[in-house]
Design a protein around this ligand. Sequence first.
Ligand code: SAM
Length: 353
Amino acid sequence: MVEEMKASLPAMAGGGFYNRHSSLQAAAIEKALPLWRQTVETIHLTGPTIRVVDYGSSQGHNSMAPIGAAIDVLREQKGAVQPIEVIHTDLPGNDFTTLFGAVIGDENSYLTKSRNIFVSAIGRSYFDQLLPAGSVDLGWNSWTLQWMSRNPAEDPDFIYGIISPSAWIRKAVTEQLALDWKAFLRLRSIELKHGGKLFCLFGSRDNADVGWEWLVHMLWTCIIEMRAQGLLSEEDTRKINLPLGPRELTDVRAPFGDDGLYAGLKLAHAEKVESPDPYWSEYQNTKDAGQFGRNWRNFMKAVFAPVIQGAIDPRNDREARTEELLDRFAEKVSSAPRETRHYVVVAVLEKVS
Ligand SMILES: C[S@@+](CC[C@H](N)C(=O)[O-])C[C@H]1O[C@@H](n2cnc3c(N)ncnc32)[C@H](O)[C@@H]1O
């Protein structure tokens, strides 16, 4: 089962591009920090070393605040000499060079603020067991679980399966998201120590009229235009799919029985919260529609350019076509700026048996 679910997806746009263009994700993380601090404060610690794992770190910039906050809490509880191990994990194709550069050089790096911190990284999908059983005290996981372990269906008529015109594709995506959530929980449950905790933040949605959907539709319109002009083939169009989807709170709670337990984990907290749209806030101040379009272009490129490039036939100039697509997208976005009202689920899990 786990073998079948191994991720074959590309990571975020490299060369530090994701770090430079993920302020929207950072804004949601900042909003979640009080609950994260509370989670760390109430953890049951055992053993000589505290192990903190960052599941799906990407290039590290957005991990500095949560990992730093956890270290502050742990220092208050355990003092300055307590060894703390921090392990960042991501897919093998992740830009780990930028990650280590950020750990050493980011102005907010937790490493420069505290001693007795031991950092390492693992380049492997978290749909594998990454660490020995019962060895993790604390897990942080932000903005990754909306990515599926694999794309369950190629869609000739759209790029975002959860709102595909085809019912069978919507069903396949919903099922994949459910399978992935359960697989992730089972594996983390093995890794966590008894009393250890895992904090997850990932994409959800509320109202399809005002969420991400307008952006996805604009991207799709640009793809159709490029196909009509012969710049993308039928096959390119079919293969370009964004392999991710939101989960409702009911999906998050689904594996847990009436006792709130699944695979030895207790769902201690689950809530859906609205997440800030910093690009809209900036636009409200500047009224600079061009910059608004560029901000969304950079966001899209940081997150989706590797997936889009990988879907385009290599005989077609993938990189140039992807840039062209993003240029067209930016132009459309800047011609009709809108606020994006998007949501995340925050869930706290505790290893109880
Ligand atoms: C949008 S980024 C989030 C990065 C960072 N945690 C943040 O909050 O900004 C999503 C990350 O999840 C990683 N990811 C997706 N699927 C994964 C998997 N199966 N195993 C490990 N990492 C995964 C991607 O490679 C990417 O770096």
